[in-house]
Design a protein around this ligand. Structure first.
Ligand code: NAD
Length: 412
């Protein structure tokens, strides 16, 4: 049986997509049976008139907090939690990029159950307390096409004092509704479009090649089969379509994103599909090795994972040459011109490098100031990311991570 003797679960919020979908928010809140929403967003969105627009859509004032930071710090998230708790709201609307969505997820947790960010962060950086239970209903409205945070159970926050980014993950943090309106992404500047597009591509590729991994006991199953995590039929279908859409639309979104609604729509669907894929299948080495980078250098999340992606695909190819080749074929719409599977994996990685060159993506680690003498220490740190490496299709040593970093110093 090619579908295996296992149980899988696919987890996803209710989702809605379309130009102007935000105008339906009133009905969506009614469906959620909430009456007092609180908006968490950025200063940029307040300038672009989001508060007035919500007043028009909902027919009343919505209290808000607009202090979201890019790659948010724990302090900013705790501030948002305080504002949310004091507002007496019964629900949360998050509008912005992944930073706004993640801030809202954790603020919602802290406003509901109290405590600090560190309480929920895994050791050595925190107490590692599990999220106790449901939080307030949350509507997630992404305005970048990248993180997929509108459908995932994860929120990422930066601990500034120790210089690391950490994730808090729980099924309870998954938004109640993902409300995707591509019109809201038209104003994303070209560099952010490129970085977030690479984030989406990395989610799609890493979840596509993710290793089957027996993750969790399921006490409810008399046969005692664990839940299956890693790529499976559903996540493969989503990841394949996401890669195809990114190959077709990312260049257009970067160069003519102010007017090209089709390209923006294609990219927003791609990041959503990729979010569903990695939210269920997991990611791997590109994400694990990006965390030490994010703490040390001035790189966005999309830049860090995207720079590492071509080398990670090459490194992982021997685990499944067929899938590595498919990545190239989906991205380019062409067949691999080589016969040798290893050559096809390289060809696929080069297709990613070409796309990066075309969209003027950061050309490599060198360009963000990484020095060769730092690589070994970062490689050591990467091995601490056990949750992320668990689904990487090949086992990873320090030398392997070093090889990936070294190869990513200059991609084009
Ligand atoms: P972001 O939210 O930081 O936004 C990047 C910049 O673009 C910001 O300055 C923002 O104000 C601006 N911006 C956003 N939308 C805009 C629009 N429509 N028009 C003009 N400007 C706009 O970037 P991001 O890449 O979306 O999110 C990054 C964060 O998400 C990181 O902290 C990363 O670690 C996290 N992340 C989370 C998940 C998850 O599943 N929770 C997955 C991947 C990444």
């Amino acid at each position: 049986n090619p579908f295996g003797d296992y149980v899988w679960e696919f987890r996803s919020p209710r989702s809605k997509f379309g130009p102007g979908a935000l105008n339906e928010l009133k009905v969506d809140l009614e469906r959620l049976r909430v009456e007092k929403p609180f908006l968490i967003t950025t200063k940029g969105w307040v300038k672009r008139g989001i508060v007035d627009r919500l007043r028009e859509i909902l027919g009343k004032d919505v209290p808000y907090w607009d202090g979201v930071e890019p790659e948010p710090s724990a302090e900013s998230v705790e501030e948002a939690a305080k504002a949310l708790a004091e507002s007496g709201a019964d629900s949360v609307i998050a509008i912005g990029g992944g930073s706004a969505l993640d801030t809202a997820k954790i603020a919602n947790l802290l406003a509901t159950y109290g405590g600090r960010v560190r309480d929920y962060v895994a050791p050595p950086y925190g107490e590692g307390k599990p999220v106790p239970g449901p939080v307030k209903p949350m509507v997630a409205v992404p305005t970048t096409a990248g993180t997929g945070s509108e459908v995932t159970s994860v929120a990422v926050v930066t601990l500034k004092d120790v210089g690391v980014k950490v994730g808090i993950s729980s099924d309870f943090l998954r938004p109640s509704l993902a409300l995707l309106d591509p019109e809201l992404t038209m104003t994303v500047p070209p560099k952010v479009t490129a970085d977030t597009g690479m984030d989406a591509l990395t989610h799609a590729v890493e979840s596509y090649i993710a290793k089957p991994y027996w993750a969790r006991e399921r006490p409810e199953d008399p046969a005692k089969r664990p839940v299956y995590v890693g790529s499976f039929t559903v996540t493969d279908a989503l990841a394949e379509r996401a890669i195809e859409l990114i190959g077709k639309y990312l260049r257009r979104a970067v160069y003519q994103g102010r007017t090209d609604l089709e390209a923006r729509s294609g990219m927003l669907i791609a990041s959503y599909l990729a979010g569903l894929a990695f939210g269920n299948a997991g990611v791997g080495l590109a994400h694990a090795a990006s965390y030490p980078l994010g703490g040390r250098y001035k790189v966005t999340h999309g830049e860090a994972v995207g720079i590492l992606l071509p080398a990670v695909l090459e490194f992982n190819a021997p685990a499944n040459y067929e899938k590595a080749k498919r990545v190239g074929e989906l991205l380019t719409g062409e067949k691999c011109p080589e016969r040798d599977p290893a050559k096809c994996a390289e060809w696929a990685a080069n297709a990613i490098r070409e796309l990066q060159r075309d969209i003027k993506f950061t050309p490599g680690l060198e360009a963000v100031g990484v020095k060769e003498e730092d690589l070994m220490e970062m490689a050591k740190e990467t091995l601490n990311q056990k949750r992320l490496l668990a689904t990487n299709p090949r086992p990873v040593t320090e030398e392997d991570v070093y090889w990936v970093y070294k190869r990513s110093m200059r991609n084009y």
